[in-house]
Design a protein around this ligand. Structure first.
Ligand code: ATP
Ligand code: MG
Length: 342
């Protein structure tokens, strides 16, 4: 009998429903071929949820994640300036998803300016300026608080080093601006150094964030794992995504001790929403991370192999990576590739 996994699915808004629709089709097919079934518990979040329930994150969604412990999430729009607090940030806080894991890896056959990229961003996910503590001091003067703690910094550093040891990665760079933010980024570095002492086989180095941007563009191959605070990690993720073909490709995992939420690095891309143009690869690769996380590596490999086959052939790609196909046609191609003998 097929094993059934219960997964909370947040389709999201903007391109969210299109990319998550494509991903669910592919994961279902891969599961069917490998004896794994899925029960998707669908929940809205953000403006959509507010319209239906009067809450931006309905209690039923919280309960569902708490119960299933695993969620696959499409992008949910965060209003700029005013409006409600970021749904993404709120969920990360609520479930203590302190680690944001973002592997940036070249896909076979896809031509970019930087071939064979394989680097990982490990981003602290709960602190820093993302704590959202802002206030008006006097009219015309606003203060935002950057929160960096010993606990938060130590546990993200530990996460990065543990991962490196387990997966044979060689080098970790802590990214900072401790020359200016001597106390906050200074504490972050101090914690990274202390953790690094326990991992003598892994090379540890520190780079200042602005220099890192230049170094990355000059020679990304000098990096292996980038260990960052929350905001630097956000910015460097978008930069690094360009090495492998852009935001349509890079997956992510928000990990805590209890639950995990898998989501692409990209946002809701309102400029291309509803046009069958979005590249579902980033969310598809997030689903691959999720399948490994729940112990279904055979299903994960089936999706990844199908996906890579479509890139290797290069005939059915979306516009963002130089193709002419739509979201649906791309998903169809992955489904067809998964049918071929592997
Ligand atoms: P957020 O604040 O949520 O991180 P953002 O401002 O970084 O969002 P995105 O929504 O990620 O913005 O979009 C940035 C650009 O990348 C847009 O031009 C968008 O069309 C493009 N883009 C993002 N995701 C995809 C995708 N899956 N496929 C194709 N293009 C994408
Ligand atoms: Mg962004």
């Amino acid at each position: 009998m097929a094993k059934t996994h219960k997964i909370t699915l947040i389709p999201g808004d903007g391109i969210g429903p299109e990319v998550s629709g494509a991903v669910v089709r592919v994961v279902e097919a891969a599961g069917a071929a490998t004896g794994v079934a899925f029960e998707w518990h669908r929940h809205a979040a953000g403006a959509d949820a507010f319209e239906k329930t009067g809450e931006y994150i309905p209690k039923a969604l919280y309960d569902s994640i708490e119960e299933n412990r695993v969620a696959l999430k499409g992008p949910v729009t965060t209003p700029i300036g005013g409006g409600f607090a970021s749904i993404n940030v709120t969920l990360r806080q609520k479930f203590e998803l302190f680690a944001n894991f973002r592997p940036v890896k070249s896909l076979p056959g896809l031509k970019t300016n930087y071939p064979n990229i394989d680097l990982i961003i490990v981003r602290e996910n709960m602190e820093d300026l993302y704590a959202g503590l802002e206030h008006i001091v006097v009219p015309g003067v606003v203060q935002a608080l950057k929160i960096i703690t010993e606990k938060g910094s130590t546990r993200i550093a530990k996460f990065a080093f543990d991962y490196a040891r387990k997966h044979g990665r060689k080098k970790i760079h802590a990214i900072h601006k401790a020359n200016i933010m001597k106390l906050s980024d200074g504490l972050f570095l101090q914690c990274c150094r202390t953790v690094a002492e326990g991992f003598p086989e892994i090379t540890y180095a520190e780079h200042i964030v602005d220099n890192t941007c230049m170094q990355l563009v000059m020679n990304p191959y000098q990096y292996d794992i980038l260990l960052t605070e929350n905001l630097y990690g956000d910015i460097l993720s978008d930069l690094c995504s360009a090495f492998v073909g852009g935001l349509g490709l890079v997956p992510g995992a928000n990990l805590g001790t209890e639950c995990a939420i898998f989501e692409a690095v990209h946002g809701s891309a309102p400029d291309i929403a509803g046009k069958d143009m979005a590249n579902p690869t980033a969310l598809m690769q997030s689903a691959v991370l999720m399948l490994h996380h729940i112990g279904e590596s055979e299903t994960a490999n089936r999706v990844q192999t199908g996906l890579e086959q479509v890139y290797r052939e290069g005939k059915t790609l979306t516009k963002d990576v130089g193709g002419t196909s739509g979201t649906k046609a791309f998903a169809d191609a992955v489904l067809a590739a998964m049918e071929m003998p592997q």
